[in-house]
Design a binder for this molecule. Structure first.
Ligand code: ZN
Ligand code: ZN
Length: 339
C-alpha cells in the first residue's frame, strides 16, 4: 500500500547521522539532522522544507551550509528546528559568509528553538543580509511543534550534557484509493485524488470508531472530479483508511533513567525508530562519561515502546572492526535475552 513517508538513511552507522524523509507526491522532504549530506542528490536537497536538528554537535549540523548553498535562490522558506541554542548557531553560520549580492534573493530561513514549554523563533532573510531579527515565543502543547493537514511533528527535550531534541513525525491516518471502487464509479486516477486527500485531511478527523468526522461544522465541500463537481462525502466509499505511520528519531542521549523513561513514552508504537547504539554495555562507564546510549538500552527502549522496526544509525568509531557486537547486543536486549 502506498505510504506517505519514504526515508533514506544517508550515511552508514559510522558516518554522520542523517535521514531524509520524502513525502509521497508532495515534492517536499524533511531532514532529520544535517550531518554530512554529500550523498544526497542536489535535486533532493532542493525539496527540503524542514530540518529537525537534535543538537548542534558538528556531526549533526555540518551539512547546514550545503543546504543553504543549494536553496539560495528558492522561493519556499526553510524551517529549522533545534535545541535552545539553535538560533545562535544558525546566526553564527550565516555570519560566516559575505552576503552583499543576495538582496534580490527571496530565501527566508525560519528558526525555531525548542524548550520544555515554549518555542522561541525568528527569521533570517536574504534580502536583509540574513541579519538577526526580533525573537518571539509561543507556548508548546502536547510536544506539538508542527501541525499540518498531512502530518505532525512532535519534539521532546532530553539531555546529552547539552539539551538534545528527539523528534517524531506522524501521519494521523492514511488514505488509500480502492481502485475497484474507483473504476465502478467510472472515475480515473489523476491529480484530483491528491487534492481529495488533502481536503479530507484538512477537514476530517478519523475517530476511534473508524469513521471520518468533520473537524468543524462546515457546509459541504466540493471537488472537481473527471465526472464533474462532487461533494467529497460522496467519494468516501472509494477510499480505504488505515492507521498512519509514526517515525521517531533519537540520537545522542545520556543513558539516564529519566531520559530512557521519557523516550519510551515518546516513541511508543513507532513504525520506525532511528536511534543511536553508541557503546556496548561493557563500556557503560564510557557511555555515561560521553552522554550516549548503550546498545542494551536502545534494545530495551525498542522493546518497551513496541517499536516495529529499529534502525541503528550512530555507533562509536571504537567498534569499527566489530559492529556486529553492537547489533547483537541490541537484538538480545530487544528480545529480553540479556535480563
Ligand atoms: Zn553524534
Ligand atoms: Zn552529540
Amino acid at each position: 500500500m502506498a505510504r506517505l513517508f519514504h526515508y533514506k538513511i544517508v550515511n552508514n552507522a559510522f558516518g554522520d547521522p542523517c535521514v531524509l524523509v520524502k513525502l509521497l507526491r508532495e515534492r517536499r522532504a524533511i531532514l532529520l539532522d544535517v550531518g554530512d549530506i554529500r550523498k544526497i542528490p542536489f535535486n533532493e536537497i532542493l525539496k527540503v522544507s524542514d530540518i529537525l536538528v537534535t543538537h548542534t554537535h558538528i556531526d549533526h549540523f555540518i551539512g547546514f551550509d550545503q543546504v543553504i548553498r543549494a536553496i539560495l535562490r528558492r522561493q519556499e522558506p526553510l524551517r529549522v528546528y533545534g535545541p535552545e541554542n539553535i538560533i545562535e548557531c544558525v546566526h553564527g553560520k550565516l555570519m560566516g559568509y559575505t552576503w552583499n549580492l543576495v538582496a534580490d534573493y527571496p530565501l527566508k530561513i525560519e528558526v525555531y528553538a525548542i524548550k520544555e514549554e515554549e518555542i522561541v523563533f525568528t527569521k533570517f532573510e536574504a534580502y536583509k543580509g540574513f541579519k538577526l531579527e526580533k525573537i518571539k515565543s509561543l507556548p508548546i502543547k502536547n510536544n506539538l511543534i508542527l501541525n499540518e493537514p498531512m502530518f505532525n511533528v512532535k519534539a521532546l527535550v532530553l539531555s546529552h550534557g547539552t539539551p538534545v531534541i528527539a523528534y517524531s513525525i506522524e501521519e494521523d491516518y492514511h488514505i488509500n484509493v480502492n481502485k475497484v471502487e474507483l473504476d465502478k464509479e467510472g472515475l480515473s486516477i489523476g491529480p484530483w485524488l491528491g487534492e481529495l486527500k488533502r481536503l479530507i485531511k484538512t477537514n476530517y478527523d478519523y475517530d476511534p470508531l473508524k469513521v471520518l468526522k468533520p473537524k468543524r461544522k462546515t457546509s459541504s465541500i466540493k471537488i472537481e472530479t473527471p465526472k464533474g463537481n462532487l461533494n467529497i462525502e460522496e467519494l468516501f466509499h472509494i477510499l480505504k483508511i488505515t492507521k498512519g505511520e509514526k517515525i521517531a528519531y533519537v540520537m545522542d542521549v545520556s543513558p539516564t533513567k529519566e531520559n530512557v523513561t521519557k523516550i519510551i513514552k515518546f516513541v511508543q508504537g513507532s513504525d520506525i525508530l532511528f536511534c543511536e547504539a553508541y557503546f556496548l554495555d561493557k563500556d557503560k562507564d564510557r557511555s555515561i562519561e560521553r552522554n550516549h546510549l548503550t546498545a542494551k538500552i536502545t534494545g530495551e527502549i525498542a522493546r518497551k515502546a513496541q517499536v516495529r522496526d529499529l534502525k541503528i544509525l550512530h555507533i562509536s568509531p571504537k567498534y569499527i572492526e566489530n559492529p556486529q557486537e553492537i547489533y547483537r547486543e541490541v537484538e538480545l536486549s530487544r528480545e529480553e535475552i540479556l535480563e
